[in-house]
Design a protein around this ligand. Structure first.
Ligand SMILES: [Zn+2]
Length: 54
C-alpha cells in the first residue's frame, strides 16, 4: 500500500510490481510511476506530451 503523491489517496500496489510500472490513482486519475521498489516510491508520471520551454 502506498500513497498518491497528488491527492494523498491510498494506492494498492501488487506484490509483484516492478520499477517503472505505471499505475493510475483511483481517486484523482493521475498516472503514477513506480520509481523504486524497496522502499516503495511512487511519483506522478511525466506527461507523454509536454511542451518544453514554452
Ligand atoms: Zn490521487
Amino acid at each position: 500500500m502506498s500513497e498518491c503523491p497528488v491527492c494523498g489517496a491510498n494506492i494498492s500496489v501488487a506484490d509483484d510490481v516492478v520499477k517503472g510500472e505505471l499505475l493510475e490513482c483511483d481517486d484523482c486519475g493521475t498516472e503514477l510511476e513506480v520509481k523504486n521498489i524497496d522502499p516503495l516510491k511512487i511519483e506522478e508520471a511525466p506527461e507523454a506530451e509536454e511542451d518544453w520551454g514554452q
